[in-house]
Design a protein around this ligand. Structure first.
Ligand code: ADP
Ligand code: GLC
Length: 476
């Protein structure tokens, strides 16, 4: 089975969030679990470390674009543990950020076309083209019409994975024509409330759909969480599955982590204390290892529940806990974090910006409690990383957070974290207080930590489920 995974980001080449982690881990997991010939195709960005690239394997890939032929080159790498092809189109991708430009739709439509052109040049028809998020909507739409007249793609099937339904890739429909999307059926698939919407085209035309947890698969079929596309997801629900993301335990492993001050495991947690002291030092906080550290790492957007954090922060500090946050995004939340630090410099550690991998690992290893009070969360990875590092997650029961975190039950000694349901600062605080009470009883806390550390969220099971979907879609 040959699968080409198209993505806008993948570790170790480029990352802004969880999609990068997932796309970086899945091809390797597929190859290990089921001998699937999986490869990655992504853009070559300015931020990509050139040392990861092995060779330029194509220097003249022709891409039809706006009535002319553009030439791009393609780089090859195995740094993700599987073949990866990086499309070098500097006009669109040699920029400081991955996303956030007025021509994003053109950038990823171009990338999608180049990716299909590349597959053709490589010469072995893919069984499945597996796209991710709105950026791959263009590839799905293009393949859908192309396989009718291009024998190379005649048997190729498509799977589109939704990592976040809120990001849809809307643009002015008058761009569709010159970008080459001229067929009536294709244009209709893009059309949504007066705009052209790349995600909608993908959801409409893909042979199969998946998203990153079971709970989120159900949630996006409701009006409240459907972002205007719930009707389409209900219509195609027979084709939609929820597959919970895994954790790459080669990368997120407290026993071997190259970024942390010490190593530890479920059998010997002593190194965690050293990691905590190291974390406090890094943030210039007093070395008081008995005081709990409440931490948070996320994009600073409303999705992540920052409004609740803002309302609850004062009360959390009143408990005497340290508060450490890493994040980049909306200015209002960045300002809030800075002002919290100014208010309580000996209790609060803040890093505003995208810090890359080391600091994220150091926080996971050194913290005691990890907050994820998300409004919605398709899957969420940090709660699973936290559990592996003996850091107890406090989460809102939504999407993948609900699927992966089990509320601690004192009487039975079961559960690996704390969950609250209502989206309110009081509910968040209720769970934080509960966690802190347990923290004060070392034996109880140890039980919760071990329950989390022993949970198996590895990629193997998820990879097997993807193979089932690929197999089913191949028969369509
Ligand atoms: P999302 O994809 O919605 O951002 P996830 O929980 O799936 O949420 O994944 C977030 C990933 O991005 C994690 O690997 C996390 O450590 C990382 N991350 C988020 N913000 C930052 C940041 N400012 N610096 C470093 N890593 C970050
Ligand atoms: C998205 C979601 C996040 C998920 C990630 C990887 O960015 O917001 O919940 O874990 O994709 O699938």
């Amino acid at each position: 089975m040959r699968v080409a995974i198209l993505t806008s980001e993948a570790v170790p080449f480029a990352k802004t969030g969880g999609l990068g982690d997932v796309a970086g881990a899945l091809p390797k997991a597929l190859r290990a679990a089921a001998d699937v010939d999986a490869s990655l195709v992504l853009p070559l960005y300015e931020q990509t470390d050139r040392a990861l690239l092995r060779e330029r394997i194509i220097d003249n890939l022709e891409v039809e674009w706006g009535g002319e032929r553009r030439r791009v080159s393609v780089w090859y790498s195995e740094a993700a543990g599987a073949p990866a092809f990086l499309i070098d189109a500097p006009h669109y991708f040699a920029r400081p950020n991955l996303y956030g430009y007025a021509d994003d739709h053109q950038r990823f439509a171009f990338f999608s076309r180049a990716a299909l052109e590349l597959l053709k040049r490589l010469g072995s028809p893919p069984d499945v083209v597996h796209g991710n998020d709105w950026q791959s909507g263009f590839a799905v739409a293009e393949l859908h019409s192309r396989r009718a007249f291009d024998p190379f793609f005649a048997r190729a099937r498509t799977l589109l994975s939704i990592h976040n339904l809120a990001y849809q890739g809307a643009f002015d429909p008058s761009d569709l024509g010159w970008m080459g999307f001229t067929r009536r059926e294709t244009r209709d698939a893009f059309a949504h409330e007066g705009a052209a919407v790349a995600l909608k085209a993908g959801l409409m035309l893909a042979d199969a759909l998946s998203t990153v947890s079971r709970r989120y698969a159900a949630e996006i079929q409701t009006r409240e969480q459907g972002y205007g596309l719930d009707w389409l997801l209900r219509m195609r629900r027979e084709r939609l599955v929820g597959i919970t993301n895994g954790v790459d335990y080669e990368v997120w492993n407290p026993e071997t982590d190259p970024h942390t001050a010490a190593h530890f495991s479920a059998d010997d947690l002593s190194g965690k204390r050293e990691c905590k002291l190291d974390l406090l030092r890094r943030f210039g906080l007093p070395e008081e290892p008995d005081r709990p550290v409440v931490a948070l790492i996320s994009r600073l957007v409303a999705q992540k529940g920052y409004d609740l954090v803002r309302q609850a922060a004062g009360k959390i500090l009143e408990t005497g806990a340290f508060f450490i946050a890493l994040g980049a995004g909306a200015k209002e939340y960045e300002d809030f974090l800075q002002s919290l630090h100014t208010r309580a410099p000996h209790r609060v550690g803040v890093y505003v910006g995208y810090a890359g991998e080391p600091l994220a690992h150091q926080i996971e290893a050194g913290a005691d409690i990890f907050l994820m009070p998300s409004q919605y969360e398709p899957c969420g990875l940090n709660q699973m990383y936290s559990m592996r590092y003996g850091t107890v997650p406090v989460v809102r029961a939504t999407g993948g957070l609900d699927d992966t975190v089990e509320n601690f039950d004192r009487a039975r000694g079961t559960g690996n974290g704390f969950k609250f349901i209502r989206y309110s600062a009081d509910s968040l605080l209720g769970s934080v207080y509960e966690a802190l009470y347990c923290y004060a009883e070392p034996d109880v806390w140890r039980r919760i930590q071990l329950n989390g550390m022993r949970a198996d969220n590895s990629w193997a099971a998820a990879a097997r489920r993807y193979v089932e979907v690929y197999t089913a879609v191949k028969r369509m």
